[in-house]
Each structure stands twice: as structure tokens, then as C-alpha cells.
Design a protein around this ligand. Structure first.
Ligand SMILES: [Zn+2]
Length: 69
């Protein structure tokens, strides 16, 4: 099975699901989550444990992912 998405916490904006391809974007590019929220690609890297704890899972991303199956 191939992993096609990754969850990443965006400080102040919640934990969103992004296509794995978003991890390969340049730092100044915009990554689009499954819920259509945008984040700087640089924000997908080097997340601290604190970011994971503080941000809540995005319900819209969760629904978008479950709708794909
Ligand atoms: Zn989201």
C-alpha cells in the first residue's frame, strides 16, 4: 500500500492532511491541504512535538480523506 497523504500540524491553523507530493515543494511554494487550506511548504517540515500536541485535527481534511475510499 502506498501512502498518499501525510498529516502535518500548522501552528495556529490546526493539523491538516496534505498529499505526499506537497513535501517535495520548495519552501516558498504553497501547499494545499485536502480541505483546501493553504500553508507554506516550509511549514510542513521540522514540526516539533509541541506543534503536534497543540494543534487539533482538521475535521474537513478527515472527511475529505474518508470520502476518497
Ligand atoms: Zn484541513
Amino acid at each position: 500500500m502506498t501512502l498518499t497523504f501525510v498529516w502535518r500540524p500548522i501552528p495556529g491553523a490546526g493539523r491538516h492532511a496534505f498529499p505526499v507530493a506537497a513535501l517535495k515543494l520548495a519552501g516558498d511554494a504553497k501547499a494545499t491541504a485536502y480541505c483546501r487550506a493553504e500553508a507554506d511548504a516550509a511549514q510542513l517540515h521540522d514540526r516539533s512535538e509541541m506543534d503536534w500536541i497543540c494543534e487539533t485535527t482538521c475535521a474537513a481534511c478527515w472527511k475529505a480523506l474518508s470520502a476518497r475510499e
